[in-house]
Design a protein around this ligand. Structure first.
Ligand code: PEP
Length: 255
């Protein structure tokens, strides 16, 4: 049975005090979670050990990181390895976010290496894909996203897919206030599931969680999460305010 997941991507926001307060407020909001309806919190690296300590005893809330490096160790000043994340008790790592692809020039080959290192170190991967506006306007989004999945993931053996979650994030909807309609999200998620099924079989396709990301908020989460192939969300801006985040988590809990 695939999980429903709401994952918080804080990006480069919140100092240690603000982050601790936010986690506290989320805890005090008593989110209704189960083994199959979970939350992942991905703060900046510097928060990880602190946030991890706060999450001890919070059932079904998991620690995530926003990135890891594409080499195992060595002279890469400023970078963080998958093994380091594992040693900090991180469970999930986001790989391939469009901001990493665009601002840090992370290409498909680099992302595939990151995926390999994350899995080799026992992390679960939230692999991001999604098209820019020009591709959507040309109605080429299905082929574009398929090529991202092939390049980033399809070298993996079928057994690895249990540790992969996919986040579909149309770039034109990230941080813009413009959300994909639930029909657009459902169409793409169904396409992703078909692509997964063609490569790895129907069981893997049915068991893989596919999250939507892009200006998701309490007012649109319920409609998005009601789509049969939308298994939750990767949340940026709305994950920085406890009330908004809890509203989105409640939409998942009720879906
Ligand atoms: C994101 O960056 O993953 C994201 C979905 O951002 P936002 O929710 O702010 O659009």
């Amino acid at each position: 049975m695939r999980k429903k997941i709401v994952a918080a991507n804080w990006k480069m926001n919140l100092d240690l005090t603000e982050g601790a307060e936010l986690v506290n407020d989320i805890f005090n909001g008593s989110p209704q979670l189960t083994e199959h309806k979970i939350v992942v919190i991905a703060p900046p690296f510097i928060h990880l050990t602190h946030t991890g300590a706060q999450l001890v005893g919070m059932n079904h809330v998991h620690l995530g990181a926003q990135n890891c490096y594409s080499e195992a160790s060595g002279a890469y000043t400023g970078e963080i390895s998958a093994a380091m994340l594992k040693s900090a008790e991180v469970e999930y790592v986001i790989i391939g976010h469009s901001e990493r692809r665009e601002y840090f020039h992370e290409d498909d080959a680099m992302l595939a290496k990151k995926v390999n290192l994350a899995l080799a170190n026992g992390l679960k991967v939230i692999f991001c894909c999604g098209e820019p506006l020009a591709i959507r306007d040309a109605n080429d989004q299905n082929a574009y996203v398929e090529s991202q999945l092939i390049a980033g993931l399809f070298h993996l053996p079928v057994t690895a897919l249990t540790d992969i979650t996919i986040a579909y994030e149309p770039i034109w909807a990230i941080g813009t206030g413009r959300t994909a309609t639930s029909a657009q999200a459902q169409d793409m998620h169904a396409h992703i599931r078909t692509v997964l099924g063609n490569k790895y079989g129907d069981t893997v396709a049915a068991d893989t969680s596919i999250l939507y990301g892009g200006s998701c908020k309490p007012s649109n989460a319920a409609e998005l999460f009601a789509c049969p192939d939308v298994d939750g969300g990767l949340i940026g801006g709305a994950s920085l305010k406890a009330a908004e985040f809890l509203g989105i988590v409640a939409a998942m809990s009720n879906a």
